[in-house]
Design a protein around this ligand. Sequence first.
Ligand code: ATP
Ligand code: MG
Length: 411
Amino acid sequence: MSALQPARGTHDLIGEEQRRFHRVAEVARLVAATYGFDEWQTPIFEDTRVFSRTLGETSDVVTKEMYSFDDRGGDSVTLRPEGTAGICRALVSNGLTQSLPQKVFYAGPMFRYERPQKGRYRQFHQIGMELIGPAEPLADAEVIACGWDILKGLNIADDTVLELNTLGDKDSRDAYRTALVAYFTDHQAALSPDSLNRLDRNPMRILDSKDEADRRIVADAPTIGPYLTDPARAFYDKLREHLVRFRVPFVENPRIVRGLDYYGHTAFEFVTSKLGSQGTVMAGGRYDGLVAEMGGPPTPAVGWAAGIERLSMLMDAAPPAPSPVAVIPIGDAAEATAIEVLQSLRANGIRAEMAYRGNVKRRMERANRTGARAAVILGDDDIANGVAQVKDLTTGTQEAVPFSQIASRLK
Ligand code: ATP
Ligand code: MG
């Protein structure tokens, strides 16, 4: 039988890659905590309606990318393609809509049926944050600043640029939509079939098309600026002022729209030129309508998500695990004492290992091979005297150390 491979678009995380991955989530969690965000975990699968109702009928995710299936009881469930809908569902299900603001951080796997390529997978992982409650642009600036601080904490901020846009309020979007439909209708002969489809249902989505011919047409499309209402413009002005105060550098890009339908006002992406066409590492915006779609009261909210794979591709190699201490009994009788020493090292937070078999020579060889920094050698005579030989494997020096002092010596 041929060896089985991971399912297409999935990958195993082992060794350095896993450490790097872990570091992304850990740094993000710590930085988010300094901003007062607490972590939530929602289920990896949800009732399909959590996504189909909210992400927008015409979004790529809903039309092409969801892993949905009927379970054995006949209920339609979907592996979560993103985190925000589940968090809003959880806010409503847990009766937290009256306890605002809620400041939520999350990290975990997401699933989309996509064509796998570098930086694009079927099971991928995101960190993300949602600030639910405040309608003020200060909230938008704060979640962006937190994202920026996370990128700084990972040492990759210099590789990214924050691109900012506004999608305005509903009146702005309605006016803009009319202008876009007029423009794209004039050019419909050259649009891709996907974009023609979007023309009736959600013309703003065409701005996000990855099709080359579409992009040439998009380049000259009207921008939202002239269609912004006064309140929408004031909101955007305030956001930019705040970003300056938070010292987050940005450029404006009127082509930034979000892939999902529930966004308004703020839309932003942190992009890099280092990952080819998969250049968006962190993306987010304001989604004031989503909680109501989920059956809660109208509730403003803003947030972002970032792909852990893309972040970790930008990072330097993660530091290796600390090198271990090898505990080496000489002969079978010493093994009982060696286990006690081994466990006392571990109880003191020291990475310690003991081989499962072999003579002293073999065990020393293994200790060197695994990069051990020290060996604790236990022979019968030393045990009788309550000491062990502690050998520093980098310098080669060795001395007898009483049992009670071994851990502190090796800390
Ligand atoms: P794209 O335009 O690249 O398809 P998107 O708009 O679908 O991105 P979002 O839904 O905004 O992406 O997800 C936020 C982030 O999650 C992306 O910026 C990216 O870093 C990451 N991401 C999205 N889809 C994938 C995937 N299939 N594989 C790896 N990372 C992904
Ligand atoms: Mg996508």
